[in-house]
Design a protein around this ligand. Structure first.
Ligand code: FAD
Length: 468
C-alpha cells in the first residue's frame, strides 16, 4: 500500500526516520508543502527561503534516484495543510502519512490538525521524533519537569542516551517506478531582499556531508580552542544544514564517534565540546515544547515580562546597519547582513548589545536575525536571544554584561575580523581597531559610540533591578 512522506525540515534521504519507516511498508510518494506566507509571518527572509528552495530541489533529485516522485503544493499558510494532504492522499490512494515532527508551537498545531483530519478520513498518520535523540517530555528532571537549565539536561542526555537513539536509519533502496510524475518546482516569488549568492552555501545532503567531513578532518580537534575567534574558521558551518535537515544529528554524532573511539562524553576535548553544542540545539527544542510561552513571544522568566524596554528606533537602526560605533558589533552585523550567517560569539555579543546596552526589546533583534539568517531556526534563535537578554533559560545573570570592547580585544585580538568587515578601520593599527580614537572618527568615516559602555550598563542594571 502506498505511503506518503511529507518532507519539512528533514530534506534528506539518508538517515530519515519517516522515510525509512514508510519505505519499509510500501512504495513511497513524497510531498513538499511550500508555506511562504507562513514562513514570512515567522520572519524568515530571502536567505532562508532561497536555501529552502534549493534544498527541496536537491531533495527532488535524490528522490528521483530512488524512483520516489516529489509532489509540490503551495499552501501559503499552515491552516491549508490538512486539505492539501488529504487531497493528495485520496488522489494517490495513500494508506498512511509519515512525518518527522517539528517542535515550535505553530508547527505542532499544524501537525495536530493534519493528524486529526487523517484520523477522521480513516487514513493512518505516523509521526517520528527524528530531529532529537529524546522525544520532548521523555528527558525530565527528578521532579518530572522539563529542564530549564542546560547543564543538568546535558548530563541527563549523556547518562540516558542509548545506542539505538544514535543508530542511522536505513536509506531506502530504489523502488519500482510508480508512474507518477514529480511536480516541477516553481521559482521563488519576488521577495523584499535578494538572497546571498548560493555558492556560499550549496544546498543538499552532499554539501552537508562535505562540510561535516572537512570540519572533522581539519578543525574538530581544535574546536574548543578556536570556536570563539570569528576571524578563524573554527566551527563547522553546519547550522543551515542542520536547520533544514540536510544532515541529521545522528550523522554528526556517528562521525564524531568514529573519530573519537566510540565516545561522545570523553576523549578528544574539541570533539566533546562540539557534541555539547548539538545538545544545546536539542535542549532548545525541548524548551519550545515544555514551555510553549516562549513560542508566544513571552519570556521564559516570567518576572521579566514587565521589563521597561526602550523605544528607540534610531538606535535600533544603527544596530541593524552596523553603525553603533562599537567596531566588533558593527563588523558582526555586517557579516550577518552580507552573508546570512554570524559567528556564535558575535551572536552573543550583538544580542547582548541590543538588549542590554541599548535596552531594546530582544524580540526586535530576534526578528531581525530571523530575517537575515540562512540558518534561522526558531528554537535556537529564541533560546539564544533570551539567554543574551537574561529573560531565558540559563539566563545569563542580568548583571553580567559583555563589554563589547573587551570582547573585541579578547576574541579578535589582531583586529582581523574588524578590518575585514569594516574596511574603513583597516588602516588603523590592530590595537586601535577595537575602539578607534575619537579625533580620527570623521576622517575615518566611522561613527562615535552611540552609547557609553558604563552608563549603558548602569541603565540596564537599573531596569532589571526595578523588576524585583
Ligand atoms: P558549530 O559551533 O559548529 O556547532 C554545531 C551545531 O550545533 C550548529 O550548527 C548548531 O546546529 C548547533 N548549535 C551550536 N550552538 C548552538 C546554540 N547556542 N544553540 C543551539 N544550537 C547550537 N543557531 C541556529 O542554528 N539557528 C539560529 O537561528 C540561531 N540563532 C542564534 C541567536 C543567538 C542570539 C545566539 C546567541 C545563537 C544562535 N544560534 C542559532 C546558535 C549558534 O550561534 C549557531 O548555531 C552557530 O553559530 C552556527 O555555526 P556552526 O554551525 O559553525 O556551529
Amino acid at each position: 500500500a502506498r505511503q506518503l512522506v511529507w518532507f519539512r525540515s528533514d530534506l534528506r534521504i539518508h538517515d530519515n526516520s519517516a522515510l525509512a519507516a514508510a519505505a519499509a511498508k510500501g512504495p513511497v510518494v513524497a510531498v513538499f508543502l511550500r508555506s511562504i506566507k507562513q514562513w514570512q509571518a515567522h520572519d524568515h527572509g530571502a536567505n532562508k527561503l532561497d536555501f529552502y528552495a534549493r534544498g527541496v530541489s536537491a531533495l527532488k533529485e535524490a528522490l528521483e534516484g530512488l524512483n520516489i516522485p516529489l509532489l509540490h503544493r503551495d499552501i501559503g499558510t499552515f491552516d491549508n495543510a490538512p486539505q492539501a494532504l488529504l487531497e493528495i492522499a485520496r488522489e494517490q490512494g495513500i494508506s498512511a502519512l509519515h512525518v518527522n515532527y517539528e517542535y515550535p508551537l505553530d508547527e505542532q498545531r499544524r501537525d495536530q490538525a493534519v493528524f486529526d483530519a487523517f484520523h477522521q478520513a480513516d487514513i493512518a498518520a505516523n509521526g517520528y521524533h527524528d530531529a532529537v535523540a529524546f522525544a520532548p517530555g521523555t528527558l525530565l528532571t527528578g521532579k518530572g519537569d522539563y529542564y530549564g537549565v542546560f547543564t543538568p539536561f546535558a548530563k541527563a542526555w549523556h547518562k540516558n542516551v542509548q545506542p539505538e537513539q544514535l543508530t542511522l536509519r536505513d536509506t531506502p533502496s530504489p523502488q519500482s517506478p510508480l508512474n507518477i510524475d514529480s511536480d516541477p518546482l516553481p521559482a521563488l516569488p519576488e521577495l523584499d531582499d535578494t538572497p546571498v549568492d548560493g555558492r556560499q552555501w550549496p544546498a543538499g545532503e552532499n554539501a552537508a556531508a562535505d562540510h561535516l567531513e572537512r570540519f572533522l578532518r581539519f578543525r574538530g580537534r581544535y574546536y574548543s580552542d578556536q570556536r570563539n575567534f570569528p576571524a578563524v574558521r573554527g566551527t563547522s558551518g553546519l547550522s543551515p544544514y542542520l536547520a533544514l535537515g540536510m544532515i541529521s544529528y545522528r550523522q554528526c554524532l556517528q562521525a564524531v564517534m568514529s573519530e573519537n573511539g566510540g565516545h561522545l562524553a570523553d576523549g578528544d576535548a574539541g570533539l566533546i565540546t562540539w557534541v555539547n553544542e548539538l545538545i544545546w540545539r536539542e535542549f532548545y527544542q525541548h524548551v519550545a515544547v515544555g514551555f510553549p510561552k516562549v513560542c508566544r513571544h513571552q519570556p521564559f522568566q516570567d518576572h521579566t515580562r514587565a521589563l521597561a524596554w526602550r523605544d528607540d528606533d534610531e538606535s535600533f537602526h544603527a544596530w541593524c546597519e552596523g553603525r553603533t560605533g562599537y567596531p566588533l558589533v558593527d563588523a558582526a552585523m555586517r557579516q550577518l547582513v552580507t552573508t546570512g550567517w554570524m559567528h556564535n560569539r558575535l551572536r552573543m555579543v550583538t544580542a547582548m548589545f541590543l538588549s542590554k546596552h541599548l535596552l531594546i526589546d530582544w524580540r526586535r533583534g530576534e526578528a531581525f536575525f530571523m530575517r537575515h539568517l540562512i540558518d534561522g531556526e526558531f528554537c535556537a534563535n529564541n533560546g539564544g536571544w533570551q539567554w543574551a537578554a537574561s529573560t531565558g533559560t540559563d539566563a545569563a545573570p542580568y548583571f553580567r554584561i559583555f563589554n563589547p570592547t573587551t570582547q573585541s580585544t579578547r576574541f579578535d585580538p589582531a583586529g582581523d575580523f574588524i578590518a575585514h568587515w569594516l574596511p574603513e578601520l583597516a588602516e588603523l593599527p590592530a590595537k586601535a581597531r577595537h575602539a578607534p580614537p575619537r579625533d580620527l572618527l570623521t576622517q575615518l568615516d566611522y561613527p562615535a559610540p552611540i552609547v557609553e559602555h558604563k552608563a549603558a550598563r548602569q541603565r540596564a542594571l537599573e531596569a532589571f533591578k526595578a523588576l524585583k
